[in-house]
Design a protein around this ligand. Structure first.
Ligand SMILES: Nc1ncnc2c1ncn2[C@@H]1O[C@H](COP(=O)(O)OP(=O)(O)OP(=O)(O)O)[C@@H](O)[C@H]1O
Ligand SMILES: [Mg+2]
Length: 277
């Protein structure tokens, strides 16, 4: 998968993660190539966020090793964009929308003379890309959840990272913006050969872009192409109970997820196919 001579964007060997007696996953060997769109799926509490945090070195692996952008996890260096799982900004956060996006830009890369103008122009371009120009000067705490989320995306791609880690970036976005943000993230990997690791409960908005899926459930996992992992056999085996997967109008519909793992973060969209029923 990885072209000869190029380090994988993400490299895990014998990786395990447990919290106390609870094992989230173990025996994970994985290379994610530059330019690959890699989705992480699984029910609540299966370890998706912890997976990203392990890549970042925020959470130490219980066993094994991890490298991100060619460096051991946690080693300082640029080239990594991260969209954390959504938390609302407090209403009195004293940052404007454009300040938030500007925090994603390392102005030093442009040199002192051009820095200010170049940074301003880059901020304008990013705000326009995520459709946030109209609220550029509004304090972020006063924006809606979806507006805040679009700014987080702009901030994470601001420096054109080589690895982009996204934790449910489509959360609280309407269908229109789900598609726009998915396209934007996909464009990053195409134009900059960035690897994208994309945690989501909804594979359908990104189905056209995804190369491989890591599906976590119940302390186990499967890795493969969506058509090989998102099947009745594989998901039934992972969940240990009968789960039906079918394709309707090119969308993946999963029926019969165990109650405890059924998950609705987002409102249902009728034209939008898959939600666990
Ligand atoms: N630092 C920690 N210490 C102890 N337990 C933790 C810690 N971080 C996460 N956990 C537990 O590990 C499990 C996995 O958490 P994680 O946040 O990775 O799940 P998730 O798959 O992202 O879920 P969601 O879909 O709800 O975001 C949860 O049961 C959580 O309570
Ligand atoms: Mg999570």
């Amino acid at each position: 998968m990885t072209p000869v001579g190029r380090a994988p964007a993400v490299r895990l060997r014998g990786a395990s993660l447990s919290f106390g007696p609870r094992r989230l996953w173990s025996g994970l060997d994985l290379d994610i190539a530059p330019g690959e769109f890699f989705a992480v799926l699984g029910p609540n509490g299966s370890g998706k966020t912890s997976f990203l945090k392990a890549l970042l070195g925020i959470v130490p692996l219980t066993e094994g090793t991890v490298e991100l952008a060619g460096r051991p996890a946690g080693r300082r260096g640029g080239g990594i964009g991260y969209i954390p799982q959504q938390r609302a900004f407090s209403p009195d956060t004293p940052l404007r929308a454009r300040d938030l996006v500007g925090l994603g830009i390392d102005g030093h890369r442009w040199g002192i003379r051009t820095r200010r103008r170049a940074v301003e122009a880059r901020i304008e371009a990013l705000l326009a890309t995520v459709g946030a120009t109209d609220y550029a000067k509004v304090p972020v705490g006063r924006l809606s959840g979806g507006e805040q989320q679009r700014l987080r995306v702009a901030q994470a791609i601001a420096d054109s990272p080589e690895v982009l880690l996204c934790d449910e970036p489509l959360l609280s976005l309407d269908l229109n913006h789900q598609q726009a943000v998915s396209r934007l993230i996909d464009a990053q990997r195409r134009e900059h050969d960035a690897a994208v690791v994309f945690v989501t409960h909804e594979i359908n908005p990104i189905l056209d872009y995804v190369d491989r899926v890591l599906y976590l459930a119940d302390g186990r996992f499967r890795v493969g192409r969506p058509e090989d992992v998102m099947t009745t056999e594989v998901l039934s085996d992972l969940y240990g109970s009968r789960v039906e997967v079918s394709r309707v109008n090119g969308r993946i519909v999963v029926v019969g997820l165990p109650d405890a793992t059924t998950h609705h973060h987002e409102p249902l969209h009728h034209d939008h196919g898959k939600e666990p029923v």
